[in-house]
Design a protein around this ligand. Structure first.
Ligand SMILES: O=C(O)CCC(=O)C(=O)O
Ligand SMILES: [Fe+2]
Length: 473
């Protein structure tokens, strides 16, 4: 055996950290699950595990091959493999070139795997395939029809329609949805909001451009009572939740634009900066199963979210029915906490009226933009891995309620020096906002509905006429 071991990058990543956990109950042959531990050098595999497997080589269908200069090896997909470099005694290294190949006939089983491991990349790949090699689409497993109801909810006072941007003017969005506080999904904006070079913010793109950044993530918002067997395993439901792009990842703002339906936000129109000047947009990257528990956004702020990849289940309750969800405002707090949804559904905590509360359950699909009105309690489950960006905002429709909440928060802030919330309240109160800014009646093309962050900040886009100044029309 050669002393020095070189392995390809691929096999490094597979074996460097992957060892069998000897504390586990012995699994049935062939069903072993690799467990991630701190690995030693990759070559340990040959000492720790190879001899054990070699004893059962025939039963396991294991083959040993010595590849010599000039030999080409083909490894069909799905075959576990390990390589050990055995340079000639006169040489220090082995040199080889390799590539993974992806023949069309393997699309049916490779594509679902690709989708599981990087849904954003899979989506970009599918679009390229559709455009460049449409004849190969027949090899793909039939896409399960995702039903996207045009209107969710039976109660006319609490419904959520899906509307394409091409027939939704900024003014209609304000009059029909934002002002009367009705939720909405806008379709079709995705190609204008997310730069194609990001491959829908694929993992590969994010790790190449932002891999060295450190951000805090949450681990699993689930109630410990509800943890299931899966949670006991090393499956971690991590959630990069609500991370401010201007503050934490400003470089990413180059690749994203904001939906113009919501860029008339008052927070960007104050004369002096305040503690929320740079809070939004924020980024959300959730693993399948992660969730945001039942809550209501602070100071009655409205919320929008553009889902770039994956699927999210949203449950949204009517703001006027919040009292039926057993809200509890803890001493010293302004915003209520809610019991777990499972307890409310089971009628615990005296939640007798819970089932009377008007509720919308909707699955937000990738490429869609959701509007959630201020004051509406909501809960979100990531049904798959997801990537989204979002913003809270304030305009004429929630200003009074927001300011009342902000003032309550000011009164709870330490007395004496001016706190962050006091500065925020002062920045809002010294302004006379124009409630009709950006109320444009004409439906606009997609390019005019996507606003650069630099045009959003300090309210520039809010002051535009229907046609942005740098558009030819
Ligand atoms: O997508 C989510 O997990 C929920 C986001 C949300 O409700 C919030 O940021 O307030
Ligand atoms: Fe929220």
């Amino acid at each position: 055996m050669a002393g020095e071991v070189f392995e390809s990058e691929k096999s490094q990543s597979r074996y460097a950290d992957t060892r069998w956990d000897s504390n586990r109950a012995k699994p049935a042959p062939g069903s072993e699950v690799p467990v991630i531990l701190d690995g030693g050098p990759p070559a340990y595999w040959w000492l720790d595990h190879y001899p054990r497997l070699a004893e059962r080589a025939q039963e396991l269908g294991m083959v040993d091959i010595i590849q010599r200069p000039g030999d080409t090896i083909f490894v069909p997909s799905g075959w576990w493999h390990a390589t050990l470099n055995l340079p000639e005694s006169s040489e220090d290294v082995t040199v080889a070139c390799t590539r993974n190949i992806f023949p069309a006939e393997t699309l049916d089983f490779v594509f679902p795997e690709m989708k599981k491991s990087d849904p954003a990349f899979a989506r970009a790949f599918l679009e390229i395939l559709q455009e460049k090699r449409p004849e190969l689409m027949r090899f793909l497993p039939a896409a399960s029809e995702t039903s996207k109801p045009e209107l969710v909810g039976e109660d006319p006072s609490w419904q959520l329609p899906r509307r394409h941007f091409s027939s939704l003017s900024l003014a209609e969005c304000r009059r029909r949805f934002i002002r009367p506080k009705q939720p909405l999904i806008i379709e079709g904006l995705d190609p204008y909001l997310v730069s194609p070079e990001t491959c829908h913010l694929s993992r590969d793109f994010l790790s190449r451009h932002f891999g060295e950044k450190m951000v805090a993530v949450f681990r699993n918002f689930r109630d410990p009572k509800q943890r299931d067997a899966e949670d006991e395993m090393e499956v971690m439901r991590l959630y990069l939740y609500d991370v401010s792009l201007p503050l934490k990842l400003p470089g990413l703002l180059e690749y994203l634009k904001l939906p113009r339906y919501f860029t008339h936000c008052y927070l960007q129109q104050t004369m002096r900066p305040h503690c929320f000047s740079k809070s939004w947009p924020t980024l959300f990257i959730g693993s399948a199963g992660s969730q945001a528990r039942l809550h209501v956004d602070q100071w009655h702020s409205h919320f929008w979210m553009h889902l770039i990849s994956g699927r999210k289940r949203w449950s949204i309750w009517h703001p006027e029915d919040t009292h039926l969800l057993c809200p509890e405002v803890l001493p010293g707090k302004v915003f209520p906490r809610f019991p777990d949804l499972s307890d409310l559904e089971a009628g615990k905590n005296g939640a007798d009226g819970f089932h009377q509360a008007r509720r919308i359950d909707v699955i937000l699909e990738e490429g869609e933009t959701l509007f959630v009105p201020g004051g509406a309690p909501h809960l979100v489950v990531n049904l798959t891995d997801t990537v989204a960006f979002a913003g809270n905002f304030m305009d004429e429709s929630n200003f009074d309620e927001a300011l009342a909440d902000v003032k309550k928060m000011v009164s709870m802030e330490g007395k004496g020096e001016e706190g962050a919330m006091a500065g925020f309240a002062a920045a809002l109160e010294e302004m006379v906002f124009d409630p009709d800014k950006s109320m444009h009646e004409e439906p606009l093309p997609g390019t005019m509905l996507a606003v650069r962050f630099s045009d959003f900040s300090q309210g520039r886009a809010a002051g535009w006429g229907p046609i942005p100044p740098d558009e030819d029309g």
